[in-house]
Design a protein around this ligand. Structure first.
Ligand code: PMP
Length: 394
């Protein structure tokens, strides 16, 4: 029997053969006409994936944290006030990062698994003049999804720029930069964008670029400085060569392949598929009697699920057994509850078969741990939910 263990963590994920083939292809010169065309296309396609008509895309070698750094370094000037809508570990990281660039940061926090209410965020916005608000669209440490549409509208009313950490959301959860008035959205390649780790991806809307252009102080980070990258990205999009730092040629070609797949599926169909997978996974966990970290269905993400271990079962017992049954899952991440829950990613390339195989592996793991349940309960709940969703899940 083939080893078919599925990588079902919240990134990196399973990748398509055509994307992996682009990574393994002979490396072209970064100024070759064929590569210039690929990079130019990838930049255009990125705008379409972020649903931004006039944003400036940035594609730079690095992980998602570099994408956060690009936003912080280029937007923040010492003394700027930033509001962090805090839903967990990655929101904390954004606050810390902004402070490094001299921002005065206020956090609006919620209990673990919940999200601050709009009223709480508005109260904070009333309390001081902020330049920037950050929102973690899906906090991967809790599986909590933020209401980006409402938050961005609120920030707009107070003249505050909205920066969305979409590392666990872009190309999975609905995120509409233009329509919702999001000023910066950022992600990394290894999650729903479906390309191996190594690319920081960011789209900056006109108001964010305007704040960057009006800076009085230089950007306090050489590699991340848009002053260095902007002419290069504009050149590639105009199908000309440019050089600041050598672009990761193969990763960018792989990105271009994956963005083509994403746009061929269509953004709306993609959002529907993620909603169906998300609700099927949650229905399966509930049917098996497992609680979840997000405190309500409304604040639970579609790209991942964060189930709690049932009484008497620990991560050390369960996760290796689930892996032996075919699915690799992630342990807890939020420091306050790390040992109490695990994480399942179902984004990007994930289809119905992947999800059902994963739920089946979880059932096998739970049974091996001595947890009592009716075999097939979780898989049946997932199958029913997927059937009701009536979406194309091949
Ligand atoms: N933000 C969120 C929401 C994330 O999930 C992650 C990674 N899990 C990051 C930021 C950081 O990305 P990276 O690990 O690629 O630096």
């Amino acid at each position: 029997m083939k080893d078919r263990s599925l990588l079902m963590i919240p990134g990196p994920i399973e990748f398509e053969p055509e994307v992996l083939a682009a990574l393994g292809a002979p490396t072209n010169s970064h100024v070759a006409p064929e590569f210039i065309e690929e990079f130019g296309q990838a930049l255009e396609r990125l705008r379409d994936v972020f649903l931004s008509s006039d944003g400036q895309p940035f594609v730079i070698a690095g992980s998602g944290t570099l994408a956060m750094d690009l936003a912080g370094a280029n937007l923040i000037e010492p003394g700027d006030r930033a509001l962090v809508v805090n839903t967990g570990y990655f929101s904390d990281r954004f606050g810390e990062l902004l402070e490094r660039y001299g921002a005065v940061v206020t956090h609006v926090r919620a209990p673990v698994g919940a999200r601050p209410t709009l009223d709480e965020v508005e109260d904070a916005l009333k309390g001081a003049v902020y330049q920037v608000m950050t929102v973690t669209h899906v906090d991967t440490s809790t599986g909590v999804v933020a209401d980006v549409e409402e938050l961005a509208a609120l920030a707009r009313r107070y003249g505050v720029l909205t920066v969305v950490d979409g590392v666990c959301s872009v190309a999975g959860e609905a995120l509409r930069m233009d329509e919702w008035g999001v000023d910066i959205a950022l992600t990394a390649s290894q999650k729903a964008i479906s390309v191996p780790p190594g690319l920081a991806l960011l789209v900056a809307g006109p108001r964010a670029m305007e704040k960057f252009r009006r800076r009085k102080s230089p950007v306090a980070n050489y590699y991340a400085d848009w002053t260095n990258w902007l002419p290069i990205l504009q050149a590639y999009e105009a199908r000309k060569a440019g050089y600041f730092g050598t672009p990761p040629v193969n990763l960018i070609c792989a990105l271009n392949v994956s963005l083509k797949h994403i746009l061929t599926e269509g953004m709306e169909a993609r959002f529907r598929r993620h909603r169906a997978l998300g609700s099927a996974c949650k229905a399966a966990m509930a049917a098996l009697g497992l609680g979840q970290v997000p405190v309500s269905a409304e604040c639970a993400a579609n790209t991942m699920t964060a189930p709690r271990y049932p009484a008497g079962v620990s991560g050390n017992d369960l996760l290796p057994r689930v892996k032996a049954a075919g699915a690799i899952l992630a342990g807890g991440l939020h420091p306050a509850i790390r040992a109490e829950y695990f994480r399942i990613g179902h984004m990007g390339t994930a289809n119905a078969g992947d999800l059902l195989a994963t739920v089946n592996a979880i059932e096998a793991g739970l049974a091996a741990c001595g947890y009592a349940f009716e075999p097939g309960t979780g898989v049946t709940a997932a199958v029913r939910t997927l059937a009701l969703a009536q979406v194309d899940l091949r």
